[in-house]
Design a protein around this ligand. Structure first.
Ligand SMILES: *Cc1c(COP(=O)(O)O)cnc(C)c1O
Length: 430
C-alpha cells in the first residue's frame, strides 16, 4: 500500500516513509491509496482488541511490517481495557481513556512509538520528534516515546492554556522528553511545527519527524475502536457515532473504519465554540479562526488540520460530506449543564470533551428523531478535569494513582516565544 499527498496524488511513498516524514514534502497530508474493505463476518467475529487491530491495520503496512511484527506492536500498545458504558437503551459511551495518560491519544501515540522504535532498532540515527499539543497529544506522545533510544521528543504546548494536570503530565517525564512552553496558542504551536517541517535547512541538519494528528500512522489505530464499539454492541446494524472533535483526527479514523465496512448511519462532529467545521458544513467555506479557550481545551483548534483529509476522502464534495457527517457546536455553559445533567440522571461523570460529544448526540436525536444506537466517544478521564468538575457536581473526585504521582513532581519546561526562529535556534543548539 502506498500513501499519496493530498496536495499531489501522484507523489506517493510507502508506510515507513509516510510514518517518518509526517507531512509530505509538498506540505500535503498523506492518505492511503486505497481503503481495503473487510468482510462483515470479520467485523462480527469474536476477536480480542489487538486481533481486530492487526486485521484492520495490516493491509496498510504490510510492505514494511510482517504480521508477526505488527502483532508484537499491537499486543503491547493496546493492553488496557476499552469498556462501553450504556447510559440508557439507545445511548452508550465508549471509554477510550484507560491508557497510561488517561486520554484517547494513547492509542495512536503508543502505536506510533512502538512502530518507529521497531524501524529504528537497527539504524544508528538520532531522530527528533516535534509535536504540538493542545493538552493530551503531548503527554500521550511523551509517555509513548519515553526512554526510547535514539529518539528525542520536543513538545510544544500553549502556556497557561492546558490544565494543571495536563501540564504536569507533559513536563515531568524528563529524559528524552523536552517540554517547550510557548507564549501563544495551540495554533501557534502547530504553525511552528509546520514551519520546522517546511525548513529544508533545518531538516538537513536535524532529521525530524512528527507525531501530530497530521501523521497518517495515527489515523490507522484510531479507526480500530470504532469497529470495536460496533462489534461490542452486537446489533449488526448501522450505529451513530458522536466524536468530540478539534483537529478531526479521531473522526477521520472513524471515516476510515466506515469505508472498511462498519455500517454507520451518521457521524456527528461535536465541537466547542471553535466551530470552523460546523460552519463549513453550513456554508461550504473554510474560515479558519483564532482558537478560543474553552473547558474542553483539547478541542480548542481554530485550524483543524484533518479537514483537508476529510475533503480529500469525499473528493471535495460537500454534499457527500453532509450525507455522512453532521456537526454542531456547544458553548461552555451548555457543556457544564450537560455534565451536571448526566451526573444526576445516570450517576455517570464525564469530562468536558465527552460532555460535548453527548450534547452532539442529543442534538442529532432532537433534529432527526432517530432512535438508532448512538455511541459517544469518551476521549478523556474525568479525573483530568477534576478542578472543573468538582464545583459542578458538588463532590470530591479522587485522582487515579497515575495522576497523583504526576501532580507531586516538579514541572520542568523551556519557555519560548511563538516565533519560529526561536524554535529553530533551540533545535540546532541542543
Ligand atoms: C485531542 C482530543 C480531542 C480532539 O480530537 P481530534 O482528533 O483532534 O479531533 C478530544 N478530546 C480529547 C480529550 C482530546 O485529547
Amino acid at each position: 500500500m502506498h500513501f499519496y499527498s493530498t496536495k499531489d496524488p501522484s507523489s506517493t511513498v510507502g508506510f515507513k516513509d509516510a510514518l517518518f516524514q509526517g507531512l509530505a514534502p509538498d506540505g500535503g497530508l498523506y492518505m492511503p491509496e486505497s481503503i481495503p474493505v473487510l468482510s462483515s463476518d470479520y467485523f462480527n467475529s469474536n476477536l480480542t482488541y489487538p486481533e481486530l487491530a492487526i486485521g484492520m491495520i495490516h493491509p496498510f503496512v504490510e510492505d514494511n511490517l510482517s504480521h508477526a511484527q505488527l502483532t508484537d506492536i499491537c499486543v503491547s500498545a493496546f493492553d488496557f481495557p476499552i469498556p462501553i458504558i450504556d447510559l440508557n437503551e439507545s445511548d452508550s459511551v465508549l471509554e477510550l481513556f484507560h491508557g497510561p495518560t488517561l486520554a484517547f491519544k494513547d492509542f495512536a501515540a503508543r502505536f506510533m512509538a512502538r512502530t518507529m522504535s521497531h524501524f529504528l532498532e537497527n539504524e544508528n540515527q538520532e531522530l527528533t520528534i516535534l509535536v504540538a499539543t493542545s493538552g493530551d497529544t503531548g503527554s500521550a506522545v511523551a509517555n509513548g516515546f519515553f526512554g526510547i533510544d535514539g529518539i528525542n521528543v520536543n513538545i510544544l504546548y500553549p502556556s497557561k492554556r492546558v490544565s494543571p494536570i495536563q501540564e504536569k503530565q507533559l513536563t515531568t517525564l524528563g529524559g528524552n522528553i523536552t517540554a517547550l512552553e510557548i507564549d501563544g496558542t495551540f495554533d501557534d504551536c502547530q504553525r511552528m511545527v509546520k514551519d520546522a517541517f517546511n525548513d529544508i535547512d533545518l531538516r538537513n541538519r536535524r532529521p525530524l519527524s512528527s507525531a501530530n494528528s497530521i501523521n497518517v500512522a495515527r489515523l490507522l489505530p484510531q479507526s480500530v475502536y470504532f469497529a470495536w464499539a460496533w462489534n461490542q454492541c452486537g446489533k449488526n446494524e448501522a450505529v451513530v457515532f458522536s466524536v468530540p472533535s478539534g483537529n478531526f483526527g479521531n473522526l477521520t479514523g472513524g471515516l476510515l473504519a466506515n469505508r472498511m465496512g462498519i455500517p454507520v448511519e451518521k457521524f456527528i462532529a461535536s465541537t466547542n465554540v471553535n466551530d470552523v467545521f460546523p460552519k463549513y458544513l453550513n456554508s461550504g467555506n473554510v474560515n479558519n479562526q483564532e482558537a478560543v479557550q474553552t473547558l474542553s481545551n483539547a478541542m480548542d483548534v481554530g485550524v483543524p488540520s484533518n479537514l483537508e483529509r476529510i475533503q480529500n476522502l469525499f473528493h471535495d464534495n460537500i454534499d457527500q460530506i453532509k450525507v455522512d457527517i453532521s456537526s454542531w457546536s456547544f458553548n461552555d455553559e451548555e457543556t457544564k449543564i450537560a455534565i451536571r445533567y448526566i451526573n444526576d440522571e445516570y450517576n455517570y461523570l464525564v469530562d468536558p470533551h465527552t460532555a460535548v460529544g453527548i450534547l452532539g448526540l442529543e442534538k442529532y436525536r432532537y433534529k432527526t428523531h432517530s432512535t438508532t444506537k448512538g455511541i459517544v466517544l469518551s476521549t478523556a478521564h474525568p479525573g483530568k478535569f477534576h478542578d472543573v468538575l468538582e464545583p459542578l457536581v458538588d463532590e470530591k473526585i479522587t485522582l487515579t494513582e497515575q495522576l497523583q504521582s504526576a501532580m507531586i513532581k516538579e514541572k520542568v519546561s523551556h519557555y519560548m516565544s511563538n516565533r519560529y526562529s526561536d524554535l529553530k535556534e533551540f533545535l540546532l543548539t541542543t
